[in-house]
Design a protein around this ligand. Structure first.
Ligand SMILES: Nc1ncnc2c1ncn2[C@@H]1O[C@H](COP(=O)(O)OP(=O)(O)OP(=O)(O)O)[C@@H](O)[C@H]1O
Ligand SMILES: [Mg+2]
Length: 325
């Protein structure tokens, strides 16, 4: 269970991160949605927050967006405490929720104008701001259309446009591509890439890791309220080194090859897939070279022998299955 809130520590750190989360806890009754979450996200980072359903992603995001109070711990946006200075924080970030209403009876530009006014943007500045976000999200031609007539992908882009109106430094996007077809997902990804290039700091959640793997610079993997691993793609890959997967493509008897491989030191689970023998290997390069040599010596005809590249999805599955310390 979350601890009661104690006095504030010496946070945020001297070097101000765009997001700093310190020992953050959130309980709903006896459900611990977040347990001692610690996270620091620097300017320009694109942070992918990955976790299965119910992991605590939306809870974290709502705390950062000042919409839910933490049970204990602290969270800062550009040095401002989300509980003590929520209005300052709101001005600094653009938040795109996982579910949102759309005011179907408004035209696209009216919808954006409504939000621009809510951001207290002077009327003289609104027109340019609206044109700018419509262009960024490729919705210029829909300016006069009613929101009711937009496809799901367009609605998602319109919500992103609304999020960008006040040109925030930080974007917090809760599953921005959920429910979209592959083409619309690619469009959202391209938009995010553009925003990344423009130097925005982006905190984006997803339960589908490959969706984010090529645009994010850093990742956090969360499950049942616990941050299991965080850091750069390289760091996360590093964490699973030692459980390499190897594939040997053979011309001769695959069963014989598999049984020879199985008897080698460092070999874990093994499977035959057509003419390929795939196995987990926990050993040095020299030991792996010996496996290869022994196969050849035993008369196995090998046409390919290589490491199966581990992708982030494999890492995610391994981590959330508790296969890594
Ligand atoms: N308002 C609430 N009242 C009670 N329990 C809640 C509430 N909001 C979230 N929870 C619980 O907190 C936990 C974390 O939920 P959260 O919505 O943060 O997960 P998530 O990672 O966003 O999941 P999803 O991928 O399904 O969106 C879950 O066990 C959820 O049931
Ligand atoms: Mg969620």
């Amino acid at each position: 269970m979350c601890r009661p809130q104690t006095s504030k520590q010496n946070y945020p750190s001297q070097v101000i991160a765009v997001i700093e989360i310190v020992d953050l806890c959130k309980s709903y009754g006896n459900v611990d949605a977040l347990v001692d979450l610690n996270l620091k996200i620097k300017k320009g980072e694109v942070f992918g927050f990955i976790g299965p359903n119910g992991a605590g992603k939306t809870t974290t995001i709502k705390i950062l967006a000042t919409l839910t109070a933490p049970s204990s711990g602290e969270a800062y946006v550009s040095g401002y405490d989300v509980t003590e200075e929520p209005y300052k924080v709101r001005g600094l970030l653009g938040y795109m929720p996982d579910f949102f209403g759309m005011y179907d009876s408004l035209k696209v530009w009216e919808y954006l104008d409504f939000f621009a006014a809510s951001y207290r943007m002077p009327q003289a500045e609104r027109r340019d701001a609206i044109e700018n976000v419509l262009s960024l999200t490729h919705l210029e031609e829909k300016a006069e259309s009613f929101v009711a007539g937009l496809s799901r992908g367009m609605r998602q882009r319109l919500c992103l446009a609304k999020t960008l109106l006040h040109d925030p430094e930080l974007l917090i996007l809760d599953e921005p591509a959920s429910g979209l077809d592959p083409r619309a997902r690619v469009e959202i990804k391209e938009l995010l890439n553009g925003l990344k290039d423009a130097g925005k700091t982006i905190f984006v959640s997803s339960h589908i890791l490959p969706e984010l793997s090529d645009i994010c610079t850093t990742f956090g993997i969360i499950e049942k309220g616990n941050l299991l691993l965080s850091g750069s793609k390289e760091k996360i890959m590093e964490a699973i080194r030692g459980v390499r997967r190897i594939k040997a493509k053979v011309l001769s008897d695959t069963k014989k090859a598999a049984s020879l491989i199985e008897s080698e030191k460092g070999v874990g689970s093994i499977k035959i897939d057509g003419k390929e023998v795939q196995f987990e290997f926990n050993g040095s390069d020299l030991e792996l070279a010996r496996v290869f040599e022994n196969l050849v010596t035993a008369g196995v005809l090998i046409v390919g022998f290589s490491e199966i590249e581990t992708n982030l999805e494999d890492v995610f599955m391994k981590i959330t299955r508790g296969e890594l310390a």
